[in-house]
Design a protein around this ligand. Structure first.
Ligand SMILES: [Zn+2]
Ligand SMILES: [Zn+2]
Length: 197
């Protein structure tokens, strides 16, 4: 542990929270002299205090230990980098646009890798009134069905959840240039090859 780096990080996070040394010390049931020592790099927090510190400052223990809170990826707002995740336990659908660590139900999730359409996962798009009418000739049984569809443009993600026994059809409002994804519970994420207009 580099006490100087750790101390600087604690100082920064404490100030972000608008807490005084005394307030942080009180929250942790320790003396404010201890906080002052850490922040000056004179000593590092005892391992037994890290959990409490991480809860109050709302950062991972690992981040405190590394003394470094650099963002994961400076490009992290880029919608072209969107990644989808589905939790195998609860079915939760998550997405992010950076190299974040995504977890659910206590497991770290790996991003779904988009595949091309195949004959069974062909995505048809018709423009009806002001909507894209998206259909698939895919079964919608409990064992095998389309779980969600997502339309991603440079500034928004529209996600539609589907359920078994429904029809495999979704309507999205027509938006400018975007990319269309569908997800099958057995075959994973499929990206439409030709972009919508
Ligand atoms: Zn989950
Ligand atoms: Zn399928």
């Amino acid at each position: 542990m580099d006490c100087c780096k750790v101390g600087k990080l604690i100082l920064t996070l404490r100030q972000e929270k608008g807490m005084t040394q005394k307030a942080l010390a009180d929250a942790m049931n320790i003396s404010d002299r201890t906080i002052s020592k850490w922040e000056r790099g004179v000593g590092c927090p005892d391992v037994s205090l890290l959990r409490g510190l991480s809860d109050i400052l709302e950062v991972d223990v690992e981040k405190i230990l590394s003394g470094d809170l650099r963002p994961n990826d400076i490009d992290r707002g880029n919608m072209k980098k969107i990644k989808f995740y589905v939790c195998p336990d609860c079915g939760n659908i998550l997405f992010c646009t950076g190299d974040n660590e995504i977890s659910c139900c206590g497991r770290r999730l790996t991003p779904l890798v988009p595949q091309d359409e195949d004959s069974y996962h062909r995505i048809h798009v018709d423009e009806i009134e002001n909507d894209y009418y998206v259909t698939l000739e895919h079964e919608m049984s409990k064992q095998h069905y389309i779980t969600f569809a997502a339309y991603v443009t440079s500034d928004r993600v529209l996600l539609m959840k589907l359920y078994p026994e429904q029809a495999a059809e979704i309507r999205f409002p027509v938006m400018h240039k975007g990319e269309l994804y569908v997800c099958c519970n057995k075959h994973g994420l499929i990206k439409k090859l030709k972009n919508c207009k």
